[in-house]
Design a protein around this ligand. Structure first.
Ligand code: COA
Length: 414
């Protein structure tokens, strides 16, 4: 039995943030019924298309382990089906633009009337406040949540990251909120509203940067490279390139082949506990006793010199050789792995984190499986549904007869 078996999810999500959340719930065994507009479906089905006529990878990779029900919720028949779904399901998840659910006639008041045990979970761009009515996409959230202002190099513009912390990150936060509300319902018997604003989710992930904002009052941030470079700090947490965000200085350093391979780099952390071993490995044994380098505090103003010397050594090795030499010595390093390398990594396939999936329209494709492993609830990744693939099945389970389903189809409700 899967962990969430028996939990029914009315999945009103689209694009990335909401689908990430409901996909997770599906992986853990919930019955996820994805409601989509007839003939149209989730907009991502037809975005970034690589195989003409088939659902895109954008869609398929975010919608595994779900059933698709097409339903025009703006028709009378569609509203009636939706009402039945609300009464039957445990959780409704949505990430429409602000106000869309109210306009559809299914705001929180109505949902509670229909099913007081319902947990209604929403992703919105912003929480209550001046921007609550705004539509938001990933990069807007990265910018408004503090990530962009703290990502990039000091002398360059703010940068967005490749990790979809606004969308997928908020989807994870929402899933956590849903699980908490389900647990609470066991005791209270009542559902509740769960809101995960994207700005708040990104800020949560940028927690250490707000930490640094407050530390600025106590003086310059000595572990930032700009401190050693003599560059003054301004009023806000600055961009810090590839400096580590914690108390153990680190950098991305060139490795053998960097001239032609854009990913021939390693992350190298000068953890204080292994400093002596680092000195041995890079051939700087004299730094072990040198007062300018022997202690973490003494090294902080000299990080460019420290990492310059380490890079002279890493440039003589491939990123994997650096790993092979440093790991047995407990020196924390990590190769910069490309998507190609990750896709081909056997250990990720063995654990089910990279999965090959068969799809009737597109053949086989790779996806990222569930990154969280439960020993008693293993995940089996099931391909994403075709548009409306389960409409009849879901409607029959809701008690509709074959004739009623035909007439709904004729009326354009499904
Ligand atoms: N039947 C009938 N109508 C449907 C429907 C269905 N099954 N599903 C959706 N619709 C309607 C909605 O009711 C809405 O109609 P309305 O504007 O007349 O009220 C309309 O489709 C469009 O929905 P909306 O959410 O506004 O989509 P959009 O494409 O205009 O905006 C986003 C997309 C992502 C910008 C917006 O949904 C949003 O800001 N969401 C919250 C934040 C978020 O999750 N962003 C990240 C996305 S990855």
């Amino acid at each position: 039995m899967k962990a969430l078996e028996g939990v029914k999810i009315l999945d009103f999500t689209h694009v990335q943030s909401g689908p990430t959340c409901t996909q997770l719930l599906g992986w853990f065994g919930a019955d996820v019924i994805k409601v989509e507009r007839p003939g149209v479906g989730d907009a991502t089905r037809k975005q970034l298309v690589d195989v003409p006529g088939a659902d895109s990878l954008y869609f398929t990779m975010l919608n595994h382990n779900k059933r698709s029900l097409t339903l025009n919720t703006k028709t009378e028949e569609g509203k009636q089906v939706l009402e039945r779904l609300v009464k039957e399901c445990d959780v409704m998840v949505e990430n429409f633009a602000p106000g869309a659910l109210d306009r559809m006639g299914f705001g929180w008041e109505r949902i509670q009337e229909l099913n007081p045990r319902m947990i209604m979970a929403s992703v919105k761009g912003f929480g209550p406040g001046p921007y609550e009515d705004c539509k938001v996409y990933e990069n807007v959230a990265q910018c408004a949540g503090g990530s962009a202002s703290t990502t990039g190099f000091l002398d360059g513009p703010p940068l967005v990251t490749g990790s979809q912390i606004g969308d997928s990150g908020t989807g994870l936060h929402l899933a956590f909120g849903i699980m908490t509300a389900l647990y609470h319902r066991e005791k209270s018997g009542r559902g509740q509203k769960v809101l995960a604003p994207m700005q708040d989710g990104v800020l949560n992930l940028c927690r250490v940067k707000l930490r640094d904002q407050q530390r600025l009052k106590a003086g310059p941030l000595r572990e930032y490279s700009q401190f050693g470079e003599g560059i003054e700090f301004g009023e806000a947490t600055p961009r810090a390139g590839n400096d580590s965000g914690g108390g153990q200085p680190g950098r991305i350093l060139k490795c053998k082949g960097w001239e032609s391979d854009p990913n021939a780099y390693t992350y190298f952390i000068t953890q204080a506990a292994v400093w002596q071993k680092i000195c041995d490995v890079i051939g700087k044994t004299e730094w072990k006793e040198d007062a300018d380098f022997a202690t973490p505090d003494a090294r902080l103003p000299r990080l460019n010199e420290v990492f310059g010397a380490i890079e002279e050594w890493t440039m003589t090795k491939t990123k994997f050789e650096v790993m092979d030499i440093c790991n047995p010595l407990d020196i924390p390093v990590g190769p910069i792995l490309s998507m190609k390398e990750l896709a081909e990594e056997p250990s990720l396939r063995a654990t089910g984190t990279i999965v090959e999936v068969e799809h009737p329209e597109r053949g086989s494709y790779l996806t990222v499986g569930c990154p969280v492993k439960l020993s008693d609830s293993p995940v089996e990744v099931v391909r994403s549904p075709l548009l409306g693939e389960h409409s009849e099945e879901v409607l029959e389970q809701l008690g509709y007869s074959a004739d009623e389903i035909i007439s709904m189809r004729e009326a354009g409700a499904i």
